[in-house]
Design a protein around this ligand. Structure first.
Ligand SMILES: [Zn+2]
Length: 426
């Protein structure tokens, strides 16, 4: 039998957690395809090898590479506003796309429906919203609604004055509409007036080519061929440190691995430490990984514990992806460790755990600041996602919870584990 207290105590005494977090932030925003992402992978590989004593195994991940060479927005009156092309946005014509802008506020389905006759041939303007809250409407859904309504462009305004918001358009290949993040003051200038909808010119120049990144795996076998997968994504966005999202998850996963490693030979199940990339590009790395697994391999993964944005608030939630059966287990572990944990059941396709869940593998995401509009997590995807938004204690608490959940999942008896898989989707 393993000892929760020992795992928690090991993480509590871990002196490398905070330096790891800072070193990952030092790599920069880690946008896929940049030097910053490559540097972070090399660092994580070295740190994970040191943590586990195992050599990493890299699986190539081909994906549609993309780079914005230029993005600008000319406002009514001729002033140029800063904007950032959303990941995988298509280019505009070289002279720019000139069209009227329809402000849809938040961009709810109701707002899109009410403006169904206004959007054809115009640019849709919506707001970025807090991602870590029940009922959040993902940027990709708004982008798709704009396209379906016949809009020719898409603008999304961030929450932070003077700062652009980043994110993916969700487009993979083929058709799309030019899409960019803007600052809230820019959105204010684009409001409708007595003269009508304002006219703006959006210019985006891009470069696309087939690119390749990797999934990095560290296998620490237990006494059976069953696994618990502990995962975190390496990639992020330009213009900051992607500190909460997801240097926090990477550092916590490394600390959890250090605490677990000395025990593993004696555990019933093994731990597979997985570092994914192109998560910010429609969860591509983990999608390819889960697709590559055989039915038997999927059956042998009893749980995915995905760490994404686990600092920035002291309050932790586990998104349980519809796997209600895993919730009592999680509450037990949290209570044993004196951690207040909230479980949130609906499947949220906002990180790599979703690909495991969709394949029928019990999968949870640990996240900080869920349903907390004032938490630092509101700054994720902006240049303000920097190291100063995370407290060392928050990171430690997340790492303790991750280590103890994974440790207990490795040893839980087969009857309990069978209950985790029971859900209403397969
Ligand atoms: Zn993330």
């Amino acid at each position: 039998m393993h000892d929760d207290f020992d795992l928690a105590a090991r993480v509590a005494a871990d002196r490398e957690l905070w330096p790891d977090f800072l070193a990952i932030c030092d790599c920069g925003g880690r946008l896929a395809g940049t030097e910053s992402e490559t540097c972070a992978f090399a660092l994580v590989e070295e740190r994970a090898e040191a943590a586990t004593g195992v050599k990493g195994r890299s699986i190539p991940v081909p994906y549609g590479g993309w780079r914005a060479k230029r993005a600008s927005l000319r406002l009514p009156g001729g002033a140029e506003a800063l904007c950032r092309a959303l990941v995988r946005s298509i280019a505009t014509p070289p002279g720019g796309l000139t069209a009227e802008v329809v402000d849809l506020g938040r961009g709810t389905p109701e707002e899109f429906a009410a403006h169904a006759n206004d959007l054809k041939g115009r640019i849709a303007l919506v707001r970025h919203e807090l991602m870590f809250v029940a009922g959040t409407i993902h940027r990709r859904r708004k982008y798709l609604a704009a396209r379906e309504a016949g809009a020719v462009g898409f603008l999304i305004a961030g929450p932070l004055p003077g700062q652009l918001v980043a994110g993916s358009s969700g487009r993979q290949d083929g058709d799309g509409i030019p899409a960019a993040g803007i600052a809230p003051e820019t959105a204010a200038v684009l409001r409708r007036t007595a003269r009508g909808w304002p006219t703006a010119t959006l210019t985006i120049e891009t470069e696309e080519c087939l690119a390749e990144t990797r999934t990095l795996l560290f296998d620490m076998p237990g006494r059976s061929d069953e696994w618990v997968v502990l995962s975190a994504h390496v990639d992020g966005h330009d213009g900051g440190e992607s500190a909460m999202d997801n240097a926090s998850g990477l550092a916590a996963a490394l600390a959890a691995a250090r605490a677990l490693t000395p025990h593993l030979g004696g555990f019933r199940r093994g731990v597979r430490l997985a570092f994914f990339s192109v998560e910010e590009w429609a969860l591509t790395g983990s999608a390819q990984y889960v697709q590559s697994l055989t039915a038997a391999e999927r059956q042998h993964i009893v749980l995915n514990v995905n760490l994404d944005s686990v600092g920035g608030s002291p309050n932790l939630a586990a998104l349980t992806s519809g796997f209600a059966g895993v919730e009592p287990f999680l509450h037990n572990i949290a209570q044993t460790n004196g951690i207040a944990l909230r479980t949130v059941r609906p499947l949220m396709q906002n990180s790599d755990h979703a690909n495991f869940a969709l394949a029928g593998i019990p999968a949870i995401r640990l996240v900080a600041g869920f349903d907390e509009p004032g938490a630092n997590l509101r700054l994720v995807l902006t240049p303000a996602d920097t190291r100063d938004k995370v407290e060392a204690d928050e990171l430690r608490c997340s790492a303790v919870l991750a280590a103890t959940i994974v440790g207990a999942a490795c040893n839980e008896n087969a009857a309990v584990v069978a209950r985790w898989r029971r859900t209403d989707f397969h």
